[in-house]
Design a protein around this ligand. Structure first.
Ligand SMILES: Cc1ncc(COP(=O)(O)O)c(C=O)c1O
Length: 308
């Protein structure tokens, strides 16, 4: 990043090209099948703008990551929210049955529940969706999932022109403040999305960091190990206090606080501990990001005070 700063006076064409070809190699696709975004948020926004509209609804799970619903509302589309199943996976049959769906958003692993939708169900669903509905699978938390029930769906792209996967450098690569993400899809699908993107939207410092992240072969394994150790510690501490977590496949966890969560969120904030926001369909659950061990100890000390 320091080296890239020396080139900050130029447009980032060269770094753009290098990152795209690295990502193409990493994912086993052609460079024309990658679209970089200013965070995967930009990818979500482009998908909403391209595939939703007045008569093309957005279909999402409830609860899920909310941003795409804001973007599609701005595109004039209505949103159908389909509750998660009792095991916190997407109810794919109900999502597929929604009429006039322009875009179906599958967040896997899902934010805020940290749960996965099993791979066999996702495969079947993608195989059955009609061509005029686009499916966007958001794999922001892909690297953290370690159950055999889960897989990335990038290998399915070759068979489905109506299918897009979003990825981000904000999570396992720790680049949330730098902003870089990407989409993988068939070339023609990427070409439909590209005109809705801002030119040169990813800056040269973020591109340099993303290229370095991919070249650092230890980074993913290291991030996964640190997260799973600290997550196991946090979840077991909560359990010993009598609070049960939904099994987590991500770098956050969601647990039942056995009372409305909003006053607990606010009480923690007064103690300078910031936890996840309220998700209205799960008003008694807290979404908790897994930070460093010392941060989680700080959270637990404050939580013991406010939840006593
Ligand atoms: C599921 C999911 N997708 C996308 C994003 C956006 O990530 P970014 O724009 O930083 O890549 C987030 C951020 O929290 C997320 O949870």
């Amino acid at each position: 990043m320091t080296d890239a700063f020396k080139l900050a006076w130029r447009y980032p064409d060269e770094q753009n090209r290098i990152l795209i070809s690295s990502l193409a190699r990493l994912n086993g696709v052609a460079p024309e099948q990658i679209l970089l975004g200013d965070g995967s948020s930009e990818i979500l926004k482009i998908c909403a703008a391209t595939f939703t509209g007045k008569d093309r609804r957005l279909v999402v799970a409830d609860p899920t990551f909310e941003a795409i619903a804001d973007y599609s509302t701005a595109a004039g589309a209505e949103t159908t929210k389909v509750p998660l199943t009792p095991s916190y996976s997407h109810d794919l049959a109900a999502m597929a049955a929604t009429p006039n769906a322009g875009l179906i958003y599958i967040c896997n692993p899902n934010n805020p529940t940290a749960s996965i939708t099993p791979k066999d169900e996702v495969r079947k669903f993608i195989g059955e969706i009609p061509q005029d509905t686009t499916v966007l699978v958001d794999e922001a938390y892909f690297h953290f999932a370690d159950t055999p029930e889960y897989e990335s769906v990038i290998p399915l792209i070759k068979d489905h022109p109506n299918f897009i996967v979003a990825r981000t450098f904000s999570k396992i690569y720790g680049m949330a403040g730098l902003r870089c993400g990407y989409a993988v899809a068939q070339k023609e699908t990427i070409e439909r999305m590209r005109p809705l993107q801002m030119w040169d939207s990813v800056n040269c410092i973020a591109l340099a960091a993303a290229i370095a992240s991919i070249n650092d072969v230890a980074q993913v394994a290291n991030g996964r190990r640190l997260n799973s150790e600290t997550r196991a510690f946090t979840v077991s501490q909560l359990e010993s206090l009598g609070y049960k977590s939904i099994p987590s496949q991500a770098n956050f966890t969601m647990f039942d606080v056995k009372r409305p969560v909003l006053p607990v969120i606010n009480a923690l904030k007064e103690r300078k501990v910031q936890v996840g926001r309220l998700f209205p369909s799960m008003p008694n659950h807290m979404r908790l990001t897994i930070g460093k061990r010392a941060e989680m100890e700080g959270f637990l000390a404050a939580f013991r005070q406010v939840a006593a």
